[in-house]
Design a protein around this ligand. Structure first.
Ligand SMILES: Cc1cc2nc3c(=O)[nH]c(=O)nc-3n(C[C@H](O)[C@H](O)[C@H](O)COP(=O)(O)O)c2cc1C
Length: 242
């Protein structure tokens, strides 16, 4: 996932989660430098693949002279909703990378219906947290991104899916940097419009709060609180087993 090497922690002495030695030389000055020439990709087998991942070297287009590690699986397994944030700011470059992940998200017919409003001011975050009881964590976050929906949609309500994808892309990009995130809905949209200064036709949004976890660093979660794999996955037909 990261062109600079994952900042996730855990995994012990033979960990794949530590930053590769060469990554410290990677200048992270902006999107122009983010596309690697050569990446070491991990091909994993199955949903508990951390230990069985095998390296695979591939060549990507671009003009960046760095060898990099792509650890998408680590970010996927380490991401969790964090609602208790450390009192630690997020570097501007890291916030830009998270926003860039959202901008790169796929969308129906590539219509890119989203706008992102980045909020880092403490007083503004406190005010924004009042838009919904479930948004309390916004007040303590280092930053919150308001993902603003489009003025109009088609009958299939495709924008909800598209904004969800953008939110997940940003959550994974954040996890890759060791930054926790949490989604929150917006109930009082009039308040959100006022706090964020939205145009009157932008009448729906979701929030993604961001920050370093106060409890424990992000690390791959071995047993997530999820329905069992074989209950969720149907092979060929509903109820079809292995
Ligand atoms: C559509 C949606 C709405 C959510 N709304 C809220 C919310 O308003 N407040 C909140 O704290 N978490 C919210 N969440 C986070 C969920 O509670 C969380 O994804 C779920 O508990 C799994 O957490 P985990 O990934 O840490 O295991 C929302 C998640 C989704 C996908």
């Amino acid at each position: 996932m990261s062109v600079a090497g994952s900042r996730l922690t855990g995994g012990g002495s033979t960990s794949r989660y530590t930053r590769p030695a060469n990554a410290s030389t990677l200048a992270r000055t902006g999107p122009a430098n983010w596309l690697p020439v050569r990446a070491t990709l991990f091909r994993s087998s199955g949903h508990s693949a951390s230990e069985s991942a095998e390296p695979r070297v591939g060549r990507l287009s671009g003009a960046c002279p760095y060898d990099v590690w792509v650890q998408t699986w680590d970010a996927i397994t380490a991401r969790r909703n964090v609602r208790d944030f450390a009192d630690r700011p997020i570097a501007a470059d890291d916030l830009d990378r998270i926003l860039e992940a959202g901008r790169r998200s796929p969308s129906s017919q590539n219509w890119q219906p989203w706008d992102f409003v980045l909020v880092t001011d403490r007083a503004q975050l406190a005010e924004l947290s009042q838009v919904f009881a479930g948004a309390y964590h916004v007040a303590q976050s280092a930053a919150t991104i308001a993902i603003v929906g489009p003025a109009a949609d088609n009958p299939y309500r495709r924008a909800q899916f598209d904004l969800g994808q953008a939110a997940m892309s940003m959550a994974l990009a954040a996890a890759d940097l060791g930054i926790g995130s949490c989604h929150a809905g917006v109930a009082d949209m009039a308040l959100a419009q006022r706090v964020l200064g939205l145009p009157s036709d932008r009448d729906w949004a979701i929030l993604l709060s961001l920050g370093y976890p106060a409890d424990r660093p992000l690390a791959p979660v071995r047993n997530p609180r999820r329905r069992p794999f074989d209950e969720v996955v149907h092979r060929g037909r509903w109820g079809g087993g292995r």
